[in-house]
Write a protein that binds this ligand. Structure first.
Ligand code: FEO
Ligand code: CA
Ligand code: CA
Length: 635
């Protein structure tokens, strides 16, 4: 999601709302590159907002692992920025649509109806809207794709309504059914990937699907409601943004802007500070779910929002399984859940909270992963920590416990996680989006997408947002990617070294810090990095969700895009440009790595796309498949 703004209706902005210890190795190309950046652009001269630590590589402050192995180069000629209403990939590569919003998953579902954009019934039988994080699971030769359906653009879904919003009970039913997760079998036939209708794996998980509350918050008073006096079961998931996948074959769907669906039937209701911290308001973002489902009415059910904002674990291969909300991973506006293994087999999950001035988290399980063992509940118990970044290129994970936070219980910490992180003085970040862990070495990267409030105002909890560290620019328009290397090469270590992999910018418009780091140039520039994933070859794929005006500060950047970065050299090349007004988000690969699946979300969110069908067709969020014309691997 672009930010809160795009959630519901375009007109209303919600903006306010192994070599780890070798310190003697030679500097890498990227270090030299960054050093030139500092010199050329005067980042250290005091003329810009950057602190000296913004480029710890250049400052020699990166003690860990200069000996980065270069990722295998992917053979392609980078594509130019453009504003076309289609997908652009390099010569020698092709793309096709796999699944679109409204495509029926069962043969008795109705085909997508362009004039009305469907009904409650058709949507319940169909692929959801606004595809986001995704993962492909292969079981006994069958390909099962789990995809988040983050939200729906009311102006698109209800274009046939005069108000451009849901007006009837069935409109709300359609809206709810457009959210959640789509689990769908796909198969490659005659060279093209298609939905396998009526597959026993096909499943829609929606805001009404029964789920179990697990972990420390299970049974706590704050998650008890009239419908669930035990605080152990809940209905549904919505606003699922990024994702994760576990080594034991489950899918993690992350609940992000869950707040925008709640409203109050009492216009004079006094909101509690804890509600305000999570953006709960008296009015929703136009969804009107409370009109037909009173659990979204906070005047009647004040604890209901406490049952959202979690990571949900789903078994994609068992359509009868009950999804589990993993409260041990904290409650906030979850982006994705990047899973890595610690040296001793404990499960490490990196988690971003995508809101201006919120935090970056890490969960480490109590139990250890064993291949073929019973790993089902590893995410139920563990230590949740939050990141603190120091100016000198060092950082630490601060455990969130009753002792460190002063809060009454771990349950409370797992429900009011933002307050817990504020209590320990964690570093306020520029909207942490996806985290990606390098499979080839112990390091992880996080997109900090942008933050117009950096250096301007505190976060919703009153924490200051000073310029510095991994957030080096005031009113950050372009975003950056921070990376860290855990001490000892172990993701469970409580300390790390960090640097900035790239600072996005526009060097054709600016010659100060807004030009970006030296690995940004007129040919690869972008803004607002968001989706992020490593492929099996150690390449870093970067997806953007930024300003596509192609004017002013963003001149020459065109539509949102996907780029490929080399972690070792810092080289970044543009691989794909999406259609108009879309966000590129969600990425996974076929088992043989010859197909790359990518999500195209909300094309035409401001009314200017007919992707993918063209003509006068309704714009439809879609999963696309990209292949090489020579059949080679693509990651
Ligand atoms: Fe749904 Fe933070 O993006
Ligand atoms: Ca975003
Ligand atoms: Ca995102």
């Amino acid at each position: 999601m672009r930010d809160h703004a795009a959630a519901a209706h375009d007109a209303v902005s919600r903006d306010d709302a192994g070599d780890a210890n070798d310190g003697h190795a030679l500097p890498t190309d990227f270090e030299r590159l960054s050093a030139r950046a500092v010199s050329r652009r005067g980042f250290l001269s005091g003329s810009a907002a950057f602190g000296a630590t913004a480029f710890v590589l250049a400052a020699g402050g990166m003690p860990a692992n200069p000996a980065r192995a270069a990722a295998a180069a992917l053979d392609f000629t980078p594509v130019g920025a453009n504003g076309l209403d289609t997908v652009t990939v390099p010569a020698g590569y092709s793309w096709q649509v796999v699944a679109r919003w409204g495509d029926p998953l069962w043969s008795d579902g109705a085909a997508f109806d362009h004039p009305t954009r469907g009904t409650g019934t058709s949507q319940e039988m169909a692929f959801g809207d606004n595809c986001d994080g995704m993962a492909l699971f292969v079981h006994e030769g069958r390909n099962v794709l789990a995809v988040n359906n983050e939200y729906t653009n009311l102006g698109i879904a209800f274009a046939h309504r005069e108000s451009g919003k849901p007006e009837t009970a069935d409109d709300v039913r359609k809206s709810k059914a457009a959210h959640g997760v789509s689990v769908v079998e796909i198969a490659r036939q005659d060279g093209a990937w298609r939905i396998v209708q009526d597959s026993p794996y096909n499943r829609r998980i929606t805001p009404d699907t029964p789920m179990e509350i697990t972990g420390p918050a299970r049974g706590h008073g704050l998650v008890k409601t009239a419908a669930d006096p035990d605080g152990t079961t809940t209905l549904g998931t919505w606003n699922n943004c990024g994702n994760g996948r576990t080594p034991w074959g489950t899918y993690l769907a992350c609940e992000e802007n869950f707040n925008g669906y709640f409203s109050s039937s009492d216009p004079d209701l006094a909101l509690e500070a804890a509600q305000k911290r999570y953006g709960i308001e008296l009015e929703d973002w136009g969804y009107a779910w409370a009109k037909t489902d009173e659990r979204f009415d906070i005047a009647k059910h004040p604890n209901e929002p406490n049952r959202a904002g979690y990571v949900v674990e789903i078994d994609p291969l068992d359509p009868a399984s009950v999804p589990k909300k993993r409260t041990a991973l904290g409650r906030f506006k979850h982006e994705n859940a990047e899973v890595a293994l610690a040296a001793d087999g404990r499960v490490v999950v990196y988690l971003g909270d995508d809101e201006r001035g919120e935090f970056l988290y890490r969960f480490v399980s109590d139990g250890t992963y064993a291949e073929g063992g019973d790993n089902r509940d590893l995410l139920e118990r563990g230590t949740l920590s939050v990141a603190g970044f120091a100016e000198d290129g060092r950082g630490a994970w601060i455990a969130l416990t009753p002792d460190t936070t002063g809060m009454a219980s771990q349950a409370e910490i797992c429900i009011h996680t933002r307050q817990a992180a504020s209590a320990v003085g964690a570093t306020t970040m520029d909207r942490p989006e996806w985290v990606a862990a390098n499979p080839a070495k112990a390091e992880a990267y996080c997109c900090l997408t942008n933050n117009k409030n950096r250096g301007v105002k505190p976060n919703a909890g009153g924490d200051a947002t000073p310029v510095g560290g991994p957030n080096p620019r005031e009113k950050n328009k372009y975003g950056q990617i921070v990376r860290w290397t855990p001490d000892g090469g172990d993701h469970a270590s409580d300390s790390f070294a960090w640097d900035l992999y790239v600072v996005a910018g526009n060097p054709t418009v600016h010659d100060d810090a807004r030009a970006g780091s030296a690995n940004v140039n007129a040919d690869n520039m972008f803004n607002s990095p968001d989706g992020l994933a490593f492929d099996s070859q150690g390449r870093l794929w970067i997806q953007t969700d930024g300003t596509y005006s192609n004017a002013g500060d963003f001149a020459g950047q065109g539509n949102n895009m996907m780029l490929v970065g080399d972690p070792a050299t810092g080289t970044i090349r543009r691989f794909l440009v999406g259609p108009r007004e879309c966000e590129v988000t969600g990425i996974t690969w076929s088992a043989d790595r010859t197909t790359l699946f990518v999500g195209i979300q909300h094309p035409g969110e401001r009314g200017n796309s007919h992707f993918p069908e063209g003509g006068e067709a309704a714009p439809r969020s879609s999963v696309i498949a990209i292949t090489r014309d020579d059949g080679g691997i693509i990651g």
